[in-house]
Design a protein around this ligand. Sequence first.
Ligand SMILES: [Zn+2]
Length: 238
Amino acid sequence: MRAGLEAKLGIPVSYLNDGNAGALWGHFHIFGASTVATSISAIIGTGLGGGVIVDGRVVTGRKGFGGELGHVLIPYQSIPGIEGMKPVCNCGREGDLEALCSLTAIDKTLLPYFLQRYPDHELAKAGPGAAKKVRGMAERGDPMCREIFRVQANALGLFFDEMVNTFDPDALIVGGGAIETSPEFQEWFIGQIRAGMPVQRVEQADIPIRVMPNGDTAGARGAAIEALKLARARAKAA
Ligand SMILES: [Zn+2]
């Protein structure tokens, strides 16, 4: 597809999936065009996208499936307060990151689970679309909705811990609709991510967790950076 479009347009064409493109923007926003920094981005939307940037380059992998962070399994059973929960992802895995940390996870797993504990909660009668109301209610302090976001943040903490031990990154970045909220809620959410991480070794305990800037436009911005890199590389080679 890329080669075909390139032939039609007569200019270099690059391709990144939306998660990887967003990750590249988050990385660039913090580190600029540095070619030595490494970052991991998790973007919580309908699913869980994201990307791994090593030494300034997006890890796309052999067939473009690099950075499919949502389908990485996490030891979710260690998250407090979710005894008996069976989080199953659309991909068929039980207990991957997306199965806990996505809007789909709220809809399919977290909300039904917590409504058993809060049967009189107003979302019990909200029907389809209830999942979309959870974030706003969590932000306003609703205890059940806060619990749902606490579980998501703890899940992300377990995942980030795996990434810390795999990459020893310069930054962990979290973005997406889930965290397009007030700074107060973002701060609380990041605190809950940290609370979900196993004890870190001293050398890594200060790895920052940052919020992805520019919301929905992060992917478009990252794609533009990737295109610019390609155009420069081609110009240099010519
Ligand atoms: Zn999955």
